[in-house]
Design a protein. Structure first.
Length: 478
């Protein structure tokens, strides 16, 4: 692999001749493949995922596994069921950070969240009772993020499409903000060769300017005592330690240590004067791609234990609230009492959720998050929130694919039918199916390997496939 001359010179200056040569050699080798299991859907010990050659565990993430070889992910139904997420192992270090520093229910923002790896990890790692807003500014990437969040199935998440300055002006304040900043991507060169083509020292400078703009807006909506987690997938000090040093000079920021095991071979900061505590994943030392991560506290450390005082909306438990209808682009008509009862029966703990029309769908959101959603929709472009239960088609409420994949799905609310591998792939290609003759007519939940796959409407002679057209598999074998 041929690297830019300025890049190799930068590595030698930063890491020294011997270390940089070892790093360049590692960047020329094939990337390591890893996945993170969704423990609410699968268990590696009792239900091995179809087609996944699981190897060793990722040591800093209890749900992460290396693979012995890379399979054809697109042809594995369990990927589409949200049973696992294909995620680079170093990125899973976020799990160790959250589990060390976030011990109480928290309001978290993932500011640059697409395609959703760290966001889905955060929903799993955060304490029960937390809420995550996963944001992506770019429209196409935001829709990919929404799809991945819905496949993962965690109910306590909102997806937005906004620029960072929209959050700093929204008056929403967060306990935790993840800024996985757009960067020059040096640590991903062996996974994304296009990053090599676009690399230049001028591009690195552009990235630094963009990152500092993002960080300034993130800091403005981080509450006193809150945590900012900053990460990049690049190697140079300008985008990494340089930005942490800038944050310390510009704001009241304290850099925090993270507990690591020496056996993980995580490298320390290469510029300790600018950033004493930083964690570098280098491909020649750790099993994964290049990653930089640092954790910062804003202001008063005592405020970190006072969520209810700092942000009362977060921890207030609201009494049973009336059904609410929020403004949307094309809000659905209100549903009847019988529809309301039916919809709530489709999810576990339905009494804890409020239902509301959301654009052309009906969504369920835990009652305590309604004030958050109201505030968010006043200031932000909210693409999704909670669990999408149904779409109204005339007088009929059609169960939504996001409901089938939600961890709150009440399976017993629907007739079900188990399908084999061939049928599962036909479903994921959005093709029609023929179900067994004794399958009840109407809406049927398909199961593959015991995990919900999606809904069909069984007409007897055939079953209409309800899989979203924009999610369908268009080709196989990649």
């Amino acid at each position: 692999m041929c690297f830019p001359t300025d890049f190799t010179a930068m590595l030698r200056h930063t890491f020294g001749a011997t270390e940089s040569e070892a790093l360049l050699t590692a960047l020329s080798k094939p990337a390591i493949t890893s996945v993170r299991l969704n423990r609410l859907k699968v268990n590696a010990a009792t239900t091995p995922p179809h087609g996944l050659p699981l190897g060793g565990e990722v040591p800093w993430c209890r749900d992460g596994y290396y693979l012995k070889q890379r399979p054809s992910f697109i042809d594995d139904p369990l990927l589409h069921q949200g049973g696992y997420y294909v995620q680079e192992a170093a990125s899973m270090f976020l799990s160790a950070v959250i589990r060390q520093y976030v011990s109480k229910p928290s309001f978290m923002l993932d500011l640059c969240a697409a395609p959703g790896g760290k966001a889905t990890l955060a929903t799993t790692a955060l304490p029960e009772g937390s809420l995550l807003i996963a944001n992506e500014p770019v429209h196409r990437r935001a829709n990919i993020l929404l799809e991945n969040i819905q496949k993962w199935g965690h109910p306590d998440c909102m997806v937005t499409q906004n620029m960072p300055d929209d959050f700093s002006s929204s008056r929403l304040m967060f306990d935790v903000i993840l800024c996985d900043a757009p960067c020059s991507g040096e640590g991903m060169f062996r996974k994304e060769p296009v990053a090599i083509e676009q690399w230049s020292t001028a591009y690195v400078d552009e990235c630094v300017a963009r990152q500092r703009d993002i960080l300034s807006h993130a800091w403005a909506c981080l509450r006193e005592g809150g945590l900012l987690i900053y990460s990049t997938c690049t190697l140079n000090t300008l985008e990494n330690e340089g930005n942490i040093g800038w944050l310390q000079r510009q704001y009241d920021a304290t850099v925090l240590p993270v507990r690591v095991d020496d056996a993980w071979n995580i490298s320390p900061s290469v510029a300790p004067d600018a950033c004493r505590y930083a964690y570098r994943f280098l491909p020649h030392r750790t099993q994964g791609e290049g990653l930089f991560m640092a954790v910062l506290r804003k202001g008063d450390t005592m405020a970190a234990d006072s969520n209810a005082d700092i942000y009362p909306l977060l921890c207030t438990q609201h009494a049973a609230a009336p059904r609410q209808k929020l403004k949307g682009k094309t809000a659905t008509k209100a549903f009847t009492d019988s529809e309301y009862t039916m919809l709530r029966s489709w999810i576990w703990q339905g009494d804890d959720f409020d239902l509301l029309p959301f654009d052309d769908t009906v969504v369920a959101l835990r009652r305590q998050w309604m004030p958050m959603l109201q505030r968010a929709r006043q200031h932000l472009h909210v693409l999704g929130a909670g669990i999408v239960l149904a779409t109204r088609k005339g007088s009929t409420l059609v169960p939504h694919q996001a409901l089938a994949l939600s961890t709150q799905l009440q399976k017993q609310a629907f007739a079900s039918c188990t399908v084999d591998y061939t049928q599962a792939l036909r479903y994921l290609h959005a093709e029609s199916l023929q179900l067994p003759g004794d399958t009840p007519r109407g809406f049927v939940l398909l199961l593959y390997n015991g995990v919900p796959l999606g809904f069909v409407k069984n007409l007897g002679n055939r079953a209409n496939n309800l899989y979203p057209q924009h999610w369908r598999i268009r080709k196989s074998g990649s």
